[in-house]
Design a protein around this ligand. Structure first.
Ligand code: ZN
Length: 246
């Protein structure tokens, strides 16, 4: 089975379309989304419609999805994120708002090897930044490969006989071969709002026949997404950050 794995799209239709053009139907079997379909970007409905039309195997909710559909009051958000969540809530169609409300929380088990979560397997809203977070996550994950998002920072942690290693992917198509006795915890990056200084959309593909995971980066028309953010009346910071990937 080949999976296309997307996280943190954040209503960025241009980034999503670029990724889907690079990985068209037929190059993968099923789509998996790790949450934060919306928030920050100008196209929440178009992004949700596009994802729904692809009949994904699994979509779990992110903190911005919860805030945008009223499941969370956004009190933990900064002012700009809260403004964007409120704008998104006003902009969503009733059907798409309900779709977000009905999304399950992670972790979700995908197959015998893979599980997914938004923040971490022990708390959907917890950010995995360092080795301590990664250790906790690996200890609570039930599969040898746990995929997460939320920080918008691609990273690979692996645990070999209790020895934890963290690795930042450095090439555009970073390959990872699963091997016996090693457990992996991988942030697949953010499609719509990367924060590692690389503005290209980040996503992953997984082939259970390897089993192999590949972390990808893909250029997209950032300036189009920026213009839409400005035209929507969303804060300019949200447009600016897309160009620098922060
Ligand atoms: Zn996010």
């Amino acid at each position: 089975m080949r999976y296309l794995i997307l996280s943190d799209i954040h209503a960025n239709l241009e980034a999503l379309e670029a990724v889907l053009a690079e990985s068209p139907a037929g190059t993968y079997d099923r789509l998996i989304v790790l949450g934060d379909l919306v928030g920050y970007g100008a196209d929440p409905n178009a992004v949700i419609d596009r994802v729904r039309a692809l009949n994904p195997l699994a979509v779990i909710r992110g903190n911005h999805d919860k805030a945008a559909c009223g499941l969370d009051d956004g009190s933990s958000f900064n002012q700009i994120a809260r403004f964007a969540a409120s704008w998104t809530n006003d902009t969503l169609t009733p059907d798409n708002r309900q779709y977000l409300r009905d999304l399950p929380h992670g972790p979700v088990l995908i197959d015998d090897h893979v599980e997914i979560c938004h923040g971490s397997p022990f708390d959907e809203d917890h950010y995995i930044f360092d080795g301590n977070d990664a250790r906790r996550a690996l200890d609570s994950s039930e599969r040898v490969l746990c995929l997460f998002g939320h920080t918008h920072l691609p990273v690979i942690f692996f645990d070999e006989a209790g020895h934890l290693t963290g690795m930042i992917p450095e090439i555009s198509h970073q390959q990872l071969h699963l091997r016996n006795g090693v457990r992996f915890l991988v942030n697949v990056g953010s499609v719509g709002q990367p924060r590692d200084g690389d503005p290209r959309a980040g996503y992953a593909t997984y082939d259970s026949a390897g089993p192999t995971l590949v972390l990808h980066r893909m250029e997209y028309p950032v300036e189009v997404a920026q213009r839409k953010i400005m035209a929507a009346g969303l804060p300019q910071t949200l447009a600016n950050r897309l160009a620098i990937g922060r």
